[in-house]
Design a protein around this ligand. Structure first.
Ligand SMILES: Nc1ncnc2c1ncn2[C@@H]1O[C@H](COP(=O)(O)OP(=O)(O)OP(=O)(O)O)[C@@H](O)[C@H]1O
Length: 323
């Protein structure tokens, strides 16, 4: 459980999940999460994120491989793991006639050493809604209630399945702040999300799943670093692409034109941008509509999904960007 002084709170090795009809939703994945880390599982629809998280939560037994949470098997040693973890499922499914406070009190009754419900409701921004019936809450407010219930037991490990789906921009920011604060207090968080910005903002490390496998993993910076940056600009009047300095010499991987717009892809952004600007300065021309962009997690995500889909079944799809 200890690696280089870091305690691995979640360890997943060769994990597989097969559903009743024989469909293999999780096809042998490996990752680990250190104490106090926020780890995000990203992926296309149906990639296997929820299927994986449910195995970590001990809701089902794996078809193969191994899961350890806090050193225990979450399925066979549920009693040891469950009190130390908090789970926010995609669908809470509370009795809709109860009020927010009643729901939290009822839930607290099932949790040993629960925090005061009012304190947790205030933490997620539902302090003013304690008397409201659950059926009268908005979708975003229900997600906040889901989160409050997951926090009642003051968990060491928190599983959040799409925590900000249905939240408005402010609610999403509030959730991010809360997750950040929990991490600062040492809580380990594993979350699934469709929002790449959320993963970029919150995750210390992440894994991108596709069709039951991990296609890329590492810090957000490591995963995006493998993608080329882009430069685009409008050719100055009277100039052609052939008049530009030799692009390969500037570290440009490839280029395309769209009318007068030139688009370059490069893994050496500073060198390429400097070369172009020096050329423009010496030629006394302006590069109008100049746009210089580092790769984003979104570009990494889209290119990984495309690349993996294009590969024939049976070829290796695993790509580790992390050391
Ligand atoms: N109970 C089930 N029986 C059979 N197949 C299932 C079952 N639950 C999920 N699947 C299938 O397993 C695959 C993975 O589903 P899962 O819900 O884990 O994906 P996900 O990455 O969480 O997707 P999403 O982002 O859409 O929530 C999908 O193809 C889904 O149809």
């Amino acid at each position: 459980m200890q690696t280089n002084g870091h305690e691995h709170v979640i360890e997943v090795t060769g994990l597989r999940r097969v559903y009743g009809g024989g469909f293999e939703a999780v096809r042998g994945i490996d990752f680990s999460v250190r104490r106090g880390e926020v780890f995000a599982l990203l992926g296309t629809n149906g990639a296997g994120k929820t299927s994986t998280v449910e195995l970590l939560e001990g809701l089902a037994a794996p078809a193969g491989g191994r899961v350890r949470v806090l050193g225990h098997d979450p399925y066979t040693e549920r009693a040891a793991v469950r009190p130390r973890t908090g789970v926010m499922l995609q669908e809470g499914g509370f009795p809709s006639e109860l009020t927010v406070a009643e729901t939290a009190r009822m839930w607290a009754g099932c949790v040993s050493g629960a925090r005061p419900p009012a304190e947790v409701l205030a933490l997620v921004g539902l302090g003013a809604k304690t008397g409201t019936r659950v059926k009268q809450l908005s979708g975003g407010q229900r997600r906040r209630l889901d989160l409050a219930l997951a926090l009642l037991g003051d968990p060491e490990v928190l599983f959040l399945d799409e925590p900000s789906t249905g939240l408005d921009a402010e609610g999403r920011r509030d959730t991010w702040e809360l997750v950040g604060a929990l991490r600062d207090q040492g809580t380990t968080v594993l979350l699934t999300t469709h929002y790449l910005e959320e993963a970029e903002h919150l995750a210390d490390r992440l894994a991108i799943m596709h069709e039951g496998r991990i296609a890329a993993t590492g810090t957000p910076a490591e995963v995006t670093a493998a993608q080329p940056s882009r430069i685009s600009f409008e050719l100055p009047d009277g100039y052609f692409v052939g008049d530009l300095p030799p692009l390969a010499g500037l570290g440009v991987d490839d280029h395309e034109t769209d009318g007068r717009i030139v688009k370059l892809r490069t893994r050496e952004l500073q060198r390429a941008a400097t070369g172009l600007l020096v050329w423009a300065g010496q030629a006394g021309v302006e590069l109008r509509r100049l746009d210089v962009r580092s790769a984003s997690l979104e570009e990494a995500f889209l290119s990984i999904a495309k690349e993996v889909s294009a590969q024939a079944a049976g070829t290796t799809t695993e790509k580790e960007y992390a050391a």
